[in-house]
Write a protein that binds this ligand. Structure first.
Ligand code: ZN
Ligand code: ZN
Length: 252
């Protein structure tokens, strides 16, 4: 029998990333951890949202076999306006706080740059403070708004809409994985240095179901995602050493 007693323990986790379901409750592929990056409800207004969470979202969470961790989005005003009414549900909700799960340090934050007057809208200065709270040893960062320059290009304003100070903080901390949504047309996988950034928007700009949940396998020790979710091909290492791209060139 092979002696593995001297080997360092390797944490491998299959993660499903999903954002901006806007009322859709898709079937989730088999995974260890389901990350939800906000914009759940198909409606607006605290009372209507509460009814939807109770009637549809809570039972859907109950069905999940994976650990579920999520943040709120700008369409989830219940969490900002009436947090005391948010029902107990089968998930870990993060709002500028974190947990360690399965060896990974996970932090969540819902803030995004001001757009009309939606939930968790904030000015850059305020957000800069919120990003400063993200611990240095964060492995997985769950956001609603993507960082400036990555999955944040709005087809309406034809501009990058993400927070610049968030990009800066991600570059400092270098988490393994960042998951966001919010800008539906930004769906895809990006790299910020060594960090893999996923915009996991499920719906498109017309709020129609358009995209698959993004599934990644993460190995804590080697910091890599091993298989391309879009085509199943192996990810290949670039000559820089720590970046992995789809061998078929999917969306990267
Ligand atoms: Zn959305
Ligand atoms: Zn949003």
């Amino acid at each position: 029998m092979e002696d593995t007693s001297g080997e360092e323990e390797i944490c491998i986790m299959k993660i499903c990333c999903l954002s901006d379901i806007h009322g859709f409750l898709p079937k989730i592929p088999e995974c260890d951890l389901l990350i939800l990056a906000g914009d759940y409800t198909p409606t607006s207004g605290v009372r209507k949202e509460l009814a939807w969470f109770n009637k549809f979202f809570a039972p859907w969470l109950e069905e999940q076999t994976a650990k579920v961790i999520g943040v709120a989005g700008n369409h989830d005003s219940l969490f900002e306006k009436a947090p005391e009414l948010v029902p107990q549900m089968n998930w870990t909700y993060l709002q500028d706080n974190g947990i360690t799960w399965n060896g990974f340090n996970i932090w969540g934050s819902p803030w995004q740059p001001r757009f009309w007057d939606w939930a968790f809208n904030a000015d850059e200065k305020f957000m800069e403070h919120k990003w400063s709270l993200i611990p240095e040893d964060t492995d997985i960062l769950i956001l609603h708004g993507p960082p400036h320059g990555y999955g944040d290009f709005s087809i309406y304003g034809e501009e990058h809409t993400g927070s610049p100070s968030l990009t800066k903080r991600i570059e400092e901390i270098k988490p393994q994985l960042v998951v966001a949504g919010h800008i539906h047309s930004g769906y895809g996988i990006y790299h910020i240095g060594e960090t893999i950034m996923v915009n996991a928007s499920y719906v498109d700009e017309q709020y129609l179901a358009a995209n698959e949940p993004v599934v990644l396998t993460i190995n804590k020790r080697d910091k890599l995602a091993s298989v391309c979710q879009f085509c199943g091909s192996p990810l290949i290492q670039t000559d820089g050493g720590s970046l992995f791209i789809c061998s078929q060139g999917c969306l990267i």
